[in-house]
Design a protein around this ligand. Sequence first.
Ligand SMILES: *Cc1c(COP(=O)(O)O)cnc(C)c1O
Length: 388
Amino acid sequence: MDSNKKGLNTLCTHEGDLEDKQFKGVVSPLYMSTAYAFDDVDIKRYPRYYNTPNQEALCKKLAALEHAEAALIFGSGMAAISTALMAFLQAGDHIVLQQTMYGGTYHFAVTQLNKYGIDYSFTDGWNVEDFEKEIRPNTKVIYIETPSNPLLTITDIAGVAQLAKNKGIVSMIDNTFASPINQNPIDFGVDVVLHSATKYMGGHSDICAGVVTASQEHIDIVFQSAICFGGSLSEYTVWLLERSIKTMAIRVKAQNENAMKMAEYLAKHAEVEQVYYPGLETHPDHELAKSQMNGFGGMLSFDLPNVDTSLFFKHLKLIKPVMSLAGVESTMISPVTTSHALMSPEDREKQGIKDYLIRFSLGIEEIEDLIEDIEQSIAKVKALTVSA
Ligand SMILES: *Cc1c(COP(=O)(O)O)cnc(C)c1O
C-alpha cells in the first residue's frame, strides 16, 4: 500500500514497524547491538552509519509523515540542524537566514559559520522580497522557520521555496513548531525539513532528538556530513521516539484545539493587550497560515502588561513556567528572560518582542482547568499588588 494514501494516525502507529518474527510481540523489537556482521551482508550496519534496524524503521515513519523520500535521526535538534547546514555549505559560501528564529540556530550562525569561512545575513522581515534582497551570487542556502518563535509570524513557504529553486539555492525549514501533523513543507517545494524531535515528536518532555527529512539525493549529501560529525541517537531513545510518535497526531490535534480556545479566551481578557496566534482571524498572516497549515499549532504568545510576569508564573498551579515546549503538559516562559535574553533590548523592540510578552505551549489538559489556573493567578497577583 502506498504510504501516502494511509491516514495520519495509521502512519503514526504502524509505518516502518519492525516485525517481531521470533516472539510475535506487537511492538518493534529493540536492537541494542553496536556491532553487526560486515562480511556477506547487503548493508554494513553501525549506529553512526545511521542504519541500525531501529533507526531505519523510525526513518520510514518520519519520511512518510513529512511526505519525504528519506530521513535521518540525530541526538538533538541542533545536531540535525548544524549537520544539515554544514552538509550544504563550504568556505566562500553565503546563507540567508530568517530574522526571527530559534535561539540555538541563531547562536550557531553567529558563533560558528565565520570560523569555516561561511558568510551569513539575516532578513529584515518575513516577506519573500526580504529574502530576495539578501541573496548574493555565492548564496547556497535559504533558511526559514514558520510559525516563528516567539511571535508566531508566518513565512510564505511556497514563495521562498520557489525563489530558492529559481536561483539554484537549497531551501531549508525548521518545522518544529508546526510538527508534520500541521505542516508538510515538502508539498510546497522546500528541499530540506528539520525538526527538533525533542518537541512535538517526543511530546512528553523526556526525549532529546533531531530529524532531517528530504529527497534521497539531499539525504545522501547530509549523510556524508552526518557520519563525520557523528551525532547519531542511541538505539533505546530511537525506540522510545517511535513509541511517542504513535500518538503524535492525537496529541497535536488536542493541542491545536486547546490553543485555539485559549487564544479566543485571552483575546477577550481585559488584562491581555494582544494575542499572537495564526489561528485567529485578527492575525495579520491568518490567510497565509490557512493556505499552508493543516492546523494552527499548540503554541501562542500574549502580552500581559499590567500583571507582574514573575508573580503571575509563581502563582500558577497547573501550568509550569519551564523552558521547553510541546509536551502534553502546558508550559509558559517569558522570552525576555529566557530564550531571547541574549538579544539586545533594541533588537527585541525592532522585532516587536515586549518585556511583558508570555509564550504559551498548550498541553492536552482540559481547557477549563487551564483557564481557571490563569484566572486564579491573575486574581492573586492583582490582590497582592493592590495591597502592597
Ligand atoms: C528546541 C528547538 C530546536 C533545537 O532542538 P534541540 O533538540 O534542543 O537541540 C530547534 N528549533 C526549534 C524551533 C526548537 O524549538
